[in-house]
Ligand binder design. Structure first.
Ligand code: PLP
Length: 391
């Protein structure tokens, strides 16, 4: 009889968003008609920029025109889009070859798929609190997960510790859920560790567009990273593509372990397991990287940035310790003393009609904290900030 992958049974049920939904629904049943201020979601609310919309519509028309119709696209991505991604990296002073940029359907797909490059016997390191997909993607393939605690003391930016034995290292900066961002020295410590041990860093740069100060946007801004890192990026939060789906992954040509060149292996993987991302979406992506697209998406980003600033200020006025919100769309706030994150969730819901995300849902180190998302409308954020100030 066929044997199943029993690792699926080891996945912990995600009680986080289900738990939130249950509590919100119960509250709304008791208080019909109440308008909640929803700051819990990590999904965007602003529409795609006009340049992307025009390109998507034009590309859809191409598909109905025999003279401009496109069939299968190259599995690793349209060469113009790969070149545009390489040019995007030049803004950070990073030189990559277009053949090192792989077009994907988004970061989530890649965070799971990319694991097939590595032996499941090699343990993965996740810094908690963490985006839940890192742990789950490793559990599904039977990979052991080691965790390193993010705390208020280390600014939620853990560094390599003595005796740490991590082969695959997940790094997320700017971080979901804490909004913390590594500086060059912090990332350099991880690059040095990975090179010395022969580990590989999976750098999740889904929120790089939110950085406004000198913090690195890319792990490849750190010398030596080309020999030890893969970067996974997405247009979801940068350009509002959560429901449109497009991302990219950078694998340097010199990255090798154990006789396997990961760039060549990924070309082989993509040509076997995908038939590329749709022509229409890639045209939308090209428009995002055009000068016009880049100008337009700044308008959306600045709305979220202002929201994050206002939320952070309000939480601080209320006397809560905060992190993030300056170079990230998330503000991470300590719960009032003596209150755990689900109790604080209930308090915000019942007293202020605000929905946020309890930190406990991002791993044990998240207990005692709350994540506030800036992806709501400015009107919702303004009202929420007014209520939070008077907590
Ligand atoms: N990585 C992080 C840290 C995220 O927060 C998210 C989405 O919320 C993703 C990856 C997934 O992005 P995508 O929409 O491209 O799958």
């Amino acid at each position: 009889m066929l044997k199943a992958n029993k690792h699926y049974l080891e996945l912990k049920n995600s009680y986080l968003f289900h738990g939130i939904k249950l509590r919100v629904n119960a509250y709304l049943e008791e208080h019909p008609g109440v308008e909640l201020l929803r700051l819990g979601i990590g999904d965007v609310t602003r529409p795609l920029c006009p340049a992307a919309v025009e390109a998507l519509v034009r590309a859809a028309r191409d598909q109905g025109d025999p003279a401009r119709f496109h069939g299968y696209m190259p599995e690793c991505g349209d060469e113009n889009l790969r070149a545009a991604i390489a040019r995007h990296y030049e803004k950070f002073g990073v030189k990559i070859d277009p053949e090192e940029a792989f077009v994907s359907s988004g970061a989530s797909d890649e965070l799971g798929d990319i694991l097939s490059l590595f032996d499941p016997a090699s343990p993965a390191l996740v810094m908690e609190p963490a985006y839940p997909a890192y742990v789950d993607a490793s559990v599904i393939v039977g990979r052991r997960v080691i965790t390193l605690p993010g705390t208020r003391e280390n600014g939620f930016l853990p560094l390599p510790e003595k005796g740490l034995e991590a082969d695959l290292i997940y790094l997320c900066s700017p971080n979901n859920p804490t909004g913390a961002v590594y500086d060059r020295a912090g990332l350099a410590a991880w690059v040095d560790y990975a090179r010395a041990r022969g580990s590989v860093i999976l750098f999740d740069a889904a929120y790089e567009a939110f950085i406004r100060d000198e913090s690195p946007h890319s792990i490849f801004q750190i010398p030596g990273a080309r020999e030890c890192a893969i970067e996974i990026c997405s247009l979801s939060k940068t350009a509002g593509f959560t429901g449109t789906r497009l991302g990219y992954t950078v694998i340097p040509k010199e990255l090798e372990r154990d006789g396997v060149n990961f760039n060549r292996a990924w070309v082989r993987d993509r040509t076997t397991r995908t038939n590329g991302v749709s022509y229409i979406l890639q045209q939308g992506g090209l428009a995002v990287f055009s000068p016009e697209g880049q100008r337009q998406l700044e308008d959306n980003l600045s709305v979220y940035r202002d929201n994050a600033r206002d939320l952070r200020r309000a939480l601080e006025k209320a006397g809560l310790w905060t992190c993030g919100g300056q170079n990230a769309p998330y503000v991470w706030a300590a719960c009032p003393v003596g209150i755990d994150s689900w109790s604080f969730f209930d308090l915000l819901l019942r007293e202020k009609q605000i929905v946020a995300t309890p930190g406990a849902g991002f791993g044990a180190c998240g207990e005692g904290y709350m994540r506030f998302s800036s992806f709501a409308s400015p009107e919702v954020v303004e009202e929420a900030a007014r209520r939070l100030e008077r907590l």
